[in-house]
Design a protein around this ligand. Structure first.
Ligand code: T68
Length: 836
């Protein structure tokens, strides 16, 4: 073994000086001060809160590194199957609080920091969010990492180390402005691995040749080479020694080839410029969610990251000296949407062009290795790349894609002779001008399992966009794994008081690793004292949010109001426009009331947050409308506290941790059939908020779990959407009368220059109301009236809140991770402690 190859005296010397972890307050303080004074070159006299954050982070980082090194060693020695989660986005948020809670030392750190003159909360809030994602898809990847480590799965994440994460949103005169998010300075959580690099090729041409046995081979002569450098981020599990690795690739000019000639020719400036071109590959996260725009640089990012990751995975496998046929027994690769689909093509290329395997043998290794998760049915979000673009950037990969397609279509032809329509429908190549490569089809054909992320969504992909593939492969290739969230961050960390109250009732924190234990809360539903404590915690969390609102908007809100929250990316299908039209309806109704009538009204704060993609005009108009309504309503003295409208700028993970525990009601109101799952719905319910929602995505399973008396459902069903859309176009379109009143008020200029809102209104009135805002308006308003009524019965409301939390066990990311491990990856946990 590797260990035995090192002489005992040498091992002894290393063992003696091996790093140790702090375990007491005293030791924490020593590490903290040491880092302040040496690593940071500061002292008692110039240690501000940012330095205190850094000192604490470095002290905890040292602990993580020790466990991380051990985990990697044990995983390598044990030689078990590993899973690799490929995602272009990891929306991690802050790391320090999470690290402290996961290693179970937050109290020690709190006391230690207090001794040294700092409040732990102030130190924690200095950290810059790691915002390498757009929304749900990126956050799901982050929750996966947390669960995989917590459950001791040997797992790695692979992503890109963007220099700029998702932009920072500022609201200026009601409009969204985008500010670059340069986040890398002083990031203590990443470790550059300058020794782990991969040269990645682009462009060039392919030559055919015969090898010594007369076999036809291909060689790809690249036109450009860029270097990928690994940066590693430790991922601690909760209360386990397992600390997994997230490897992010950064692009750099390749030292080998292209600078020298220019440098030698004295062309220094242009050599440096080339260097910068190489670095742009990992410069920026594309800020679109649920939209694909076919930019070459995006394709370059995708290949750069897939090729570097696969090289790394293959290199690790080759060290085991196993036969290639064992690759799928050692390696599972999960594709987070179609963004990493080129990994399928790249593995096939490595196996046939570099390792010399036959096509069929290689292809069965490939399909045995990959699994593909689909996150959307929206046509504008399905990835397609133009054939000429791909031909130019990745000539060899395009050939392999054509071959994959050829063999696939031949097999389809055999089973469905004379069905030419079928062949053109399922072809990877869309015969348009230009021709397009359909990435989802490669992902399906190259994987052994394809999954959707909630039951309705998984049914929809089987009956609509991927219907033909169910006919071809049978239903077994397709499955459902309903999304979840990590209870560590989204309950324990975001809502420590609720977590503590639950722990007190259940006799400990075991529910954080077995969320189904929450069901034992249900017996306390009628316990008066418990209800009061539950209500007090919600009140405190609302106060905390009210302070945040005051800080970022300047508005004061009454924390006794009903807090109604919709925070998520701004998108027409998510229907923030329905919400703000509802708010306007409420405002107009309040204005029409007598003072007597107004006394019976439940005061409400409508809270919005979310980013619009910078090029998404309609989404930006929605933000502008929300802010325009806020400007009028919030200064209307006649209305006062009865209605306030708030837009919280720059919604992100750390703000979500304050917002989710503070809702009375939250909105998940997508047009039925459009939201694949949604995950913030789970976060709100887990924190004791009720929800209003459509029969869409995971709302349906939340209803099944918590009971339909505990959720406010409204609106048309997915099965009726197509028909309604058809009628809008070919029948007569009847605008809902209450919505008409809202539109009239907007058109009269109640919220400023109406011309700013014409496209928003005409998309409904004149252009077919694709998202069914008018069809659902009446039912939406009626359901909000029920919310008001039920909120007045606080005891009933509390009972619903407690019951719902008690029944949320199903939505733990741990359940999700175990399902992937069983059904898709076929891997077992590896307990680090037992392996010692
Ligand atoms: C989300 N998708 C789904 N996409 O919309 C949501 N898209 O219903 C689901 O709960 C979540 O995934 C997790 O499954 C996204 O967030 C993107 O962000 C995205 C990014 C780039 C390109 C396309």
């Amino acid at each position: 073994s590797v260990e035995a190859s090192i002489p005992e005296p040498l091992r002894e010397a290393w063992r003696k000086h091996s790093a140790t972890k702090f375990t007491t307050k005293h030791e924490f303080e020593r590490e903290f001060v040491r880092h302040i004074e040496t690593t940071l070159a500061r002292s008692l006299y110039n240690c501000d809160e940012l330095a205190a954050y850094s000192g604490a982070a470095l002290a905890f980082r040292d602990r993580l590194i020790i466990e991380w090194n051990r985990t990697q060693q044990r995983q390598t020695f044990s030689d078990q199957k590993r899973v690799y989660y490929l995602s272009l986005e990891f929306l991690m948020g802050r790391a320090l609080d999470n690290a402290m809670l996961n290693v179970g030392m937050k109290d020690v750190a709190r006391d230690g920091l207090a001794d040294l003159g700092f409040r732990i909360e102030d130190a924690i809030s200095q950290e810059h969010d790691a915002a390498l994602g757009n929304g749900g898809l990126g956050r799901l990847a982050a929750c996966f990492l947390d669960s995989m480590a917590t459950l001791n799965y040997p797992a790695w994440g692979y992503g890109l180390r963007y220099r700029y994460g998702i932009f920072k949103q500022e609201i200026v005169n009601g409009y969204q402005m985008e500010i670059p998010d340069y986040w890398l300075d002083n990031n203590p959580w990443e470790f550059p691995r300058h020794d782990i690099t991969v040269d990645i090729q682009f462009y060039g041409h392919v030559t055919k040749y015969q090898d010594e046995n007369g076999k036809t081979c291909h060689s790809w002569e690249a036109g450009e080479t860029v270097q990928a450098v690994a940066y590693d981020v430790p991922i601690p599990g909760y209360h386990t020694k397992t600390t997994n690795n997230l490897r992010l690739w950064s692009s750099k000019a390749s030292s080998g080839e292209f600078d020298f000639q220019k440098f030698n020719a004295g062309d220094y400036e242009s050599a440096v410029a080339d260097q910068q071109i190489a670095e742009t590959i990992s410069a920026v996260l594309y800020p679109n969610d649920n939209l694909e725009r076919g930019k070459e640089l995006r394709l370059k990012q995708q290949y750069f990251w897939c090729a570097a990751s696969l090289y790394d995975i293959v290199r690790r496998f080759k060290k085991t000296k196993r036969a290639w046929s064992e690759f799928p027994d050692q390696v599972a690769i999960q594709l987070n949407d179609t963004h990493p689909t080129l990994a399928i093509v790249e593995l096939q290329r490595i196996l046939i062009d570099v390792e010399g395997l036959e096509w069929d043998e290689a292809w069965s290794i490939v399909t045995g290795t990959f699994g593909y998760t689909n996150h959307t049915v929206l046509p504008e979000a399905l990835e397609k790349w133009s054939v000429p673009l791909m031909q130019n950037l990745l000539p060899r990969h395009l050939q392999i894609i054509y071959d994959i397609n050829l063999f696939f279509l031949q097999s389809v032809e055999k089973r469905f002779p004379n069905d030419r329509d079928m062949l053109s429908r399922v072809s990877i190549i869309e015969e348009s001008h230009p021709k397009m490569v359909r990435m989802a089809y490669i992902a399906i054909i190259g994987s052994h399992k394809v999954n959707g992320v909630a039951e309705l969504h998984s049914d929809l992909i089987k009956t609509t966009i991927f219907k033909d593939f169910v006919t071809i492969y049978g239903p077994d290739r397709f499955t459902n794994v309903t999304n979840g969230i990590t209870p560590r961050r989204w309950l324990h960390q975001a809502n420590p008081e609720l977590s503590a109250l639950i722990a007190e009732k259940l006799g400990g924190y075991d529910f954080l690793t077995d969320l189904t234990l929450l069901d034992r809360l249900e017996v306390f539903v009628d316990d008066k004292k418990f209800r009061r404590e539950w209500a007090d915690i919600k009140a405190k969390n609302k106060l905390r949010l009210a302070r945040l609102i005051k800080d970022v908007t300047g508005y004061s809100v009454n924390p006794n109001s009903l807090f109604d929250v919709q925070v998520k990316r701004i998108h027409e299908y998510k229907r923030q426009q329905l919400n703000i039209f509802g708010v306007i309806h409420r405002y107009l109704s309040l204005k029409a009331m007598t003072p007597e009538e107004r006394k019976k009204v439940v005061p409400r704060v409508s809270i919005f947050g979310g980013k619009a993609a910078p090029g998404y005009w309609m989404a930006k108009s929605i933000i502008y409308l929300i802010n325009s309504v806020a400007a009028v309503v919030n200064k209307d003295d006649e209305i006062g506290d009865l209605l306030k409208v708030i837009f919280i700028e720059d919604y992100n993970v750390s703000k979500a941790e304050i917002i989710c525990p503070a809702s009375d009601i939250s909105e998940h109101i997508s047009t039925a059939g459009t939201e694949a799952s949604g995950t913030s719905n789970m976060k709100f319910v887990l924190n004791g908020g009720l929800i209003i929602g459509t029969c869409d995505g995971a709302n349906i399973e939340i209803t099944r779990e918590i009971g339909e008396q505990n959720i406010f459902l409204f609106g048309n069903l997915a099965e009726d959407v197509e028909d309604l859309r058809h009628r809008h176009f070919y029948g007569s379109f009847q605008l809902d009368p209450q919505l008409k009143r809202v539109f009239d008020a907007i058109k009269e200029g109640t919220f400023g220059d109406p011309s700013s809102f014409t496209s928003l209104i005409s998309s409904i009135e004149e252009h077919g109301d694709y998202y069914l805002v008018s069809d659902d308006f009446n039912s939406y308003i009626a359901t909000h009236d029920m919310v008001d009524q039920e909120f007045q019965n606080q005891e009933e409301w509390l009972a619903k809140s407690i019951t719902s939390v008690a029944r949320m066990g199903f939505f733990s990311m741990d359940r999700v991770t175990n399902e992937y491990a069983d059904i898709i990856w076929n891997i077992e946990p590896l307990d680090i402690a037992d392996e010692a």
